[in-house]
Ligand binder design. Sequence first.
Ligand code: ATP
Ligand code: MG
Length: 427
Amino acid sequence: MPSPTPVDTAAKSAGTVASPRRRPCLLIVDDEEGPRDSLRVIFKDDYDLLLAENGAVAVDLAKKNRIDVAVLDIRMSGMSGIEVLERLKYVDPAIEAVMMTAFETTDTMRQALRLRACDYINKPFDISTMRAAVANAIQRRTLESEIHTNAEKLQQLLNELQNQKIEEQMAQTRGEIYASIIHDINGPLTVISGFIQLMNQRIGNATRLEVEDLEFIKDRLRTITRQVTNCIEISRRYLGFLRRQSDDVPRIGVNQLLTDLGHLVRVHPSLRNNEFAVRPLSQDIAVRMNGTDVIQVLLNLVVNAFQCETKAHAVEIEGSVVPQPLDLTAFKDGPQNRLLNVENFDNTAPLLMLLVRDTGPGISPELLPKIFQPYFTTKGARQGTGLGLNIVQRLIKEAKGALHLHTQVGQGTTFTIYLPAAPLPTI
Ligand SMILES: Nc1ncnc2c1ncn2[C@@H]1O[C@H](COP(=O)(O)OP(=O)(O)OP(=O)(O)O)[C@@H](O)[C@H]1O
Ligand SMILES: [Mg+2]
């Protein structure tokens, strides 16, 4: 049995540098030597040729070489051309095939087409028809491989774009977090700076301090120390965001938090001559949220409530416990209402409800969709960063809470926070 004969033809003219482009590779499979040889003669100048006298040899060659087109005789002893085609497609689905038929049934031809044979030629074939069929198959193979390469390149590009987007988003989040640290630390720093000024005024140029001066200074120093601790906690919290925090959220008594917040608000410069009241829970409960975060959320809302107009108005905070899960279908977003963070909300009773209500000017329906966007502010550039509500939303989301807003132009605004509650920790 003759062995398969790979025929590698030399460069057409001596002296020319061989083209770096690979010549297409043609596999000729026929168990009769005559047609095999005439096909070799027809194609040897234009293609790299591999010749096989039976199916087994053809499949073996396909495993070892990158074949572009196979010319297959259908009627062969042993494995039929259809079987060979099936196996070749199994080795490399991209191989194109031209089938040679004698008197095949339409059923056989249908089978060949189902196996995605490119064309079929009647035996004995004429040279130009065979050339055209092979050229056509090569073209199809090239096109398909180009499509494949382009699809791969496109996918690669899409992946790169996706990665780029994620990186950009991460950089943006990081930027927002740094800006948030500055925003949140600004409050305590204002208090600290105010108290230092007060102490300076009190001490003046005195060389001796009276007992009551000392008491005054000690008291202010306590507040300053609390505010400095606040600053440290705020920066720790945000740095924790960057590192992703663990899930074990401490449980904090809500009424203690409300008392602490009251102290903070009463010395806050934006209080001015507005009315302010805190209504604690009738029965204390714990909340599954970091204490500084709760204070930060309420403080941002309260400061907004104070700053929403210059005319004196009332602001109050009220806490209560909701014993049932919320009926979320009852909340409808509209020109006066918004419910945020529904997707992430842990709606398991009991829930802590904290509301911040003001009798300010309300928020117009045009502004309502914008106010939670980072950097959106209606205050002057020197007065507002537009980050307050974005921080509120982010902290609530982190705690798996929800935020509802109801506003009425000319009447005022109420922000209601719902947070997962828990029994008070036993000491
Ligand atoms: N209680 C409120 N009443 C009326 N408008 C409000 C109220 N709370 C927020 N807004 C509107 O939402 C905008 C965005 O608020 P946000 O707290 O995000 O930023 P800001 O208060 O403008 O800036 P910063 O928080 O840095 O001081 C405000 O500029 C204001 O127009
Ligand atoms: Mg604000």
